[in-house]
Structures are given as C-alpha cells and as structure tokens.
Design a protein around this ligand. Structure first.
Ligand code: NAP
Ligand code: MG
Length: 398
C-alpha cells in the first residue's frame, strides 16, 4: 500500500510519562504504517526542557508560528516535587503557558462522543465546545483584606497626568477588596480566535457575560465582540451559514442545558474555568476531551485535555500492565493532520484523519475499551484492553 503523502511538516511536540509512551505507540501502530509522516520534532519531555533551559519550548512555539499547525503530547508542569524527582535546574514554567504566551491564543475544548458513554444531560446529542479567555480578570487580581473602618478607592493615573477615581465602598468595619483588569488587545484576540474557530469548524458561536450588572467591564467584552464581528467576520459567517449569538450568562446557562449541543460557547476567564469543568464532567471523562489552541492569526496547536497520567506511568515503570485511554491523544493527531490536509489541499490526508477517528469510535462502540471507559459505559459485554491492545484494536479496524 502506498503511504499518504504530506507536503508541509507538522510541528510535533513530544511530552512526558504515560502520554509519552502512548505517543510512541500511536505513531508506530496508527500513523507510520499509513502516512508518510512529515514532522519537525521537538522533545518537550521534562529532561530535555531542563537540558535546554526550556529553549526547546520556545523553539517549538516559534516553529508552530512558522508552519501553522502543531500537535502536542501532555507535559509535566513542574512543582517542588518534580524539581526533586528530575533534578531540575529551576521550576520551569508550564509549557502550555509559554506556548500560549507566544502564539497568543484561545483554548477550545470539546468532548468526543461515543455510543455507550452518554452525557449526564439527556438532550446533549452533539459536542459543546468551550472557548475560555485565558488572560486577566480574577487570575491577575490584586486583593486587600480590609482591616476596619475606611474608604476603598479605585484609581487610574493616566500617563498624561489625568486621574480617574471612584469610591468602591465606605467601610464601617472589616471587609474585602479586589481589583481586576483586562485589555482591549487581549479581548480582541480572544474574539478573533473564537470567530476564526467557529468558521473553521462551521459551528455557531455563543458568547455570554454579565453585562447587565457590569455595565463597563463586562459590557466592554460584549461591545468588542460585536465590533470585531461586524467589521471582520459577519460576511464570512453569513456565507458559511452560521450565526453569532450574544446573551446574558444566566440565560446562556439555561439554554445550554436545554440545547442539543453542536456549538461553541465563548466565556470569560473565570466563567470558562468553571463551565469547562462542568461540561467535561457531564460528558463523562477527561480522557475523551480534545483541546486546541487557536491563535488570532489562525495558527492551530492540538493536544489532549488531560495530563501525563502519572499514576499509570509509575505502574508501567514497575512492569505492571496499564489501561490508559489514548483517545484524546489520537484525536490531537487527527485534528492536526486534518488541519494540515485542509491548508495544503490534501484530501487524502483529511480522509485518513476521518477514518482514524471513526475506527477509534467504532472500537469503543463495539465494546473494546480501556478501564476508565469500562467503568462508566452503559454497554454490556465489555472487553477491557490494556494500553497497547486498545491501540492495536483500532489499528485492526483501520
Ligand atoms: P492527569 O494526568 O490528567 O491524571 C489524573 C487522573 O485522571 C489519572 O490518575 C487517571 O485516574 C485519570 N486519567 C487522566 N487521563 C487519563 C487517561 N488518558 N486514561 C485513563 N485515565 C486517565 O492529571 P494529574 O495526575 O493531576 O497530572 C499529572 C501531570 O500532568 C502533572 O505533572 C501535570 O503538570 C500534568 N498536566 C499536563 C497537562 C497538559 O500538558 N496539557 C494538563 C494537566 C496536567 P486513575 O489514576 O484513577 O486511573
Ligand atoms: Mg478548573
């Protein structure tokens, strides 16, 4: 059989622990036999990040800027325990944070639906994709624990010497104060990423904030989305037959619960944090969530939403059998290959991505799955496979 050709390389970012093991298996059994795989390889495994003083992460992000599409394995974000475990020179920053900083993107998370793993919400028939703004608000806040009687003030000093000042509260006793901010540039980038992704996936875009209460802060988000839509995207949306829809967050929550899914829900930083956990747990499993970073310039980086599955890796190191779910990592590859195929006009490559996804879904729907899914499925006669058997079961169908 002749292998499917690629023209532009994918940026391949290898990672850590159990997902690094899965990564190699996926390439060996599901990709290399079928595709003449062209990648520019970056080893983001913690050892190599440490050796290169994390330069490899920066290089990988810059390569993504150059080529436009990347696929990333889960990576360790070091904490004190990891510094000791890997004898790190320093506590390197989160690679996802570094990459996001360079590409300036928004992360979109969507569940992978299979029969037998039903969402808790009965109406949900299609995936709901969450787009979370990743800058500012309460994540970059300044807080004061007010000790007693006094005045809380919000003050802006312009570079030109102008001053804007508002009283927040005349405290009669102890209390709390919080200052948060965002920037027009960041909100515009967020809006552009959302509109771009909606067009690329041909899905409706919803956006919600609390603009009725927060008449300047949240209302600015609403206004910027509206402006970016009208000036840059309306015509393309109409051509694609999709809509942009703004509503108050309370109304959005109620509508989401009663919806069938099949749209993108854009949310401010905190709302996105909370709602993405709600939506992903309602769909069943973090191991069945895909995640893609989309930059406002239309650059795509695909990954799994889960981590490196450390506990399974330690079992693996002890020579014990693992049953780790590789679906989200497989879908990171198919997402990236399909996007590469679209950009390079390689329909064969796109069709391969479709076939690999359907072989993966079929494997589960025919009752062969990893332990995490076996625990939550409604299917009878389930065969629990180990990590490699599951990937081979997909390869057989492929
Ligand atoms: P995790 O790797 O997502 O795993 C947490 C638990 O969820 C696992 O112990 C496992 O439960 C279950 N699980 C997650 N993915 C699974 C899969 N594919 N198949 C089967 N079960 C799965 O989170 P963590 O243990 O908190 O973090 C481990 C490392 O990952 C950390 O160093 C963290 O920094 C990193 N991390 C990286 C990313 C990223 O690169 N995007 C994201 C999050 C975390 P059981 O043990 O009960 O089987
Ligand atoms: Mg959270």
């Amino acid at each position: 059989m002749e292998k499917i050709k690629m023209t532009t390389p994918l940026v391949e970012m290898d990672g850590d622990e159990m997902t690094r093991i899965l990564w190699a298996m996926i390439k060996e059994h599901l990709l290399v036999p079928f595709v003449d795989l062209k990648t520019e390889y970056y080893d983001l495994g913690l050892e190599n990040r440490n050796e290169t003083d994390d330069q490899v992460t920066v290089d990988a992000a810059n390569a993504t800027k150059k080529y436009g599409v990347a696929v990333k394995c889960a990576t360790i974000t070091p904490n004190a325990a990891r510094v000791e475990e890997y004898h790190l020179k320093e506590m390197w920053k989160s690679p996802n944070g570094t990459i996001r900083g360079i590409l300036d993107g928004t992360v979109f998370r969507a569940p992978i639906l299979v029969k037998g793993i039903e969402p808790c919400v009965r109406q949900w028939k299609k995936p709901i994709t969450i787009a979370r703004h990743a800058y500012g608000d309460v994540y970059k806040n300044t807080e004061i624990k007010v000790p007693g009687k006094g005045k809380g003030i919000l003050r802006f000093e312009g570079e030109d010497g102008s001053v804007i000042e508002e009283t927040i509260q005349e405290f009669k006793g102890p209390g709390i104060l919080q200052g948060i901010h965002n920037t027009e540039d960041s909100i515009k980038s967020f809006a552009r990423s959302c509109f771009t992704y909606a067009l690329s996936t041909k899905q409706e875009l919803w956006f919600s904030t609390k603009d009725t209460i927060s008449k300047k802060y949240d209302h600015t988000f609403k206004d910027i989305f509206e402006e970016v839509y009208e000036q840059e995207f309306r015509a393309e949306f109409e051509k694609a037959g999709i809509t942009y829809f703004y509503t108050l967050i309370d109304d959005a929550v109620a509508r989401v619960m009663k919806s069938e899914g099949g749209f993108i829900w854009a949310l401010k930083n905190y709302d996105g944090d909370v709602m993405s956990d709600m939506v992903s747990s309602a769909y069943g499993s973090l191991a069945m969530m895909t995640s893609v970073l989309v930059s406002p310039a239309g650059i795509y980086e695909y990954e799994a939403a889960h981590g490196t599955v450390q506990r399974h890796y330690y079992k693996h190191l002890k020579g014990e059998e693992t049953s780790t779910n590789s679906v989200a990592t497989i879908f990171a590859w198919t997402g990236a290959l399909r996007k590469r195929g679209e950009l390079d006009r390689l329909p064969e490559l796109c069709a391969f991505a479709d076939r690999l996804e359907s072989a993966t879904i079929r494997t589960i729907e025919e009752g062969e799955m990893t332990g995490d899914l076996a625990r939550i499925t409604s299917a009878k006669d389930v065969k629990v496979l180990n990590s490699e058997e599951f990937i081979k079961a997909i390869a057989k169908r492929l």
